[in-house]
Design a binder for this molecule. Sequence first.
Ligand code: ZN
Ligand code: ZN
Length: 612
Amino acid sequence: MRYIPLLSLISSTLAAHNTIELPKPTRELEWKDVNFLSTSDVHGWLLGHQHATWPEPNYSGDFGSLASFATHMRRIASDKGVDLLLVDAGDHHDGSGLVSSSADASSKAEDIFSMLPYDIITIGNHELYHYEDALEEYRNRGRWNGRYVTSNVNITIKAEDGTFQSVPLGERFLKFETEQGRKVTAFGVIFDFKAHARGISIQGTSKLIKEAWFLDAIKDKPDYFVLAGHMPARGETGEFLPMFDAIRQVHPKVPIYVFGGHTHVRDCVQYDDRSIAVVPGRYLETVAFTSSSLPSTDENAPLDVSRRYIDGNPVSYKWHTKTSDDDFELPIGQNISLALLRLSAALNISTPLGIAPHDYFLNRHPYGHPRSILTAFSDKVLPYTIQDKERNGTRVIIGNAGSLRFDLFQGRFDRNDELTVSPFTSAFLYVRLAAGLARNITEQMNRSGASKFIPSQPTTKLEEEDRVRRIFDDYMAEQWEDYLIQGGNDHLYDQESNQMVLEHGKIPKKPRTMGFVTKDRCPGKGDDIEHYPVPFVGNQPDFIETPFPDVDDEEIIDVVSMDFALDDFLAAVNVLDPTIGLKEKHMKPYAEGLEINVVFGMYAKEMWQKGL
Ligand SMILES: [Zn+2]
Ligand SMILES: [Zn+2]
């Protein structure tokens, strides 16, 4: 009996996607001797992106459709007599409701992830913030069939004899032969970050290359090396080069293929003409296809390499595998899709809580605009939901804009959407202050700016998150700025009229859909589909406040802060009036028991019931 609602859910999900016409690719993939599909930073987005607002439909493929695609690609590779390897660079935890809605959700999601056999897979920082998460990965590393490789990560475990031992979390390195009989030596690494849990140790790659086991592992000459790493191919936290150089010292000519992640952007760079390093982006939005010739008789000739960022949707998957609605879906994909829907039903994350009347964007409008999610947060959601029954005094609530992580889209709004938009737990605290002082706190907090406190070497999860966000925002901002400089039409970013244009079939001339416009360092075009970029308005405030009560400056009011931003709050108050000496101990709980990650759902249940 359970199948009926699940299957009807599948068909309703597909129906929603089918109403949107996605553009088809126009260029065949460049298959060569060695080919890769790579993913990274999936962060639980295994159900794909389910909303109709652009650019979400570009990423509407779930992990089941990716599995069907990858399996067709393996068949094509086999028919052509070439290699196809599947690589993932970590960060499976933290993100959508599938991994964030309960303590054991991510473990179940990992089991489903591993239903698609990867050739090389490594760990991300989000698997290493909590010891229990890392231990779960360690204990269940068998689900990856010996392909979970963590060359520079150890975990301390209690051995059978009761002693504590530091052991490699996954495999130290991989040596295997492909179906075509080619020898591969592979490593999996993560950037050297400090915010991991106790019981985890990470060795910087510049130290790793001095280890006897590493020197031994690279001694024999394979047909090619693969470095999978939870780090970008270049820039901040990019730490592949020591390993690359160490291999080059022994094997000046052997191809090295590098697959990165962590910064959530699409990127590509070549360290030399016998290598390519590709980063595929995030959230199952992109599957990167990378290909390379192998060295010919002329040992010195550069390799012929290419990369393509494929938007993660069935239209692209079918086009590139020359399959149709009739033969695209394979049992592996169907099983994965069904397992995902079952998990999502068990976690109760897909029951609609309301119907959002509009899109609310993080970065497409300035704060103050009615379609900015920050405006909705400060002017509607917080005032409505954060009520302390014990207190009926006048109050202002100061919220942290950084607690909001994603756009909120028009239409169905469920727990999954809620966790996507606002994943963090943060309670509320208040202090009684004069309104005249309170009036200036948010402004003072913004003047100091949360982002300006980010140290060069983050030591907390939040600081690390902010670093990734800054890099990703820069990537998005650059695309939009370039578009405007080139005379791009800024009216296209009016989301509502744009959707109307599409509905009426009056599709703007090429490129006609919004999406990533990637500029990387590799030759030729990387994006599989040509898009115009997503609008980006920079300089958003770090802190926002609810509409200020209409009171005299002398009146004493409740000033409420999120505990998330407490340090910034205390600092701002003490700068504005050094005589107060406000400390954490002076703050009292407000609306006790309420956390920030449930307020959008509360609001939806009351205010967005129309159409449900
Ligand atoms: Zn990530
Ligand atoms: Zn990461």
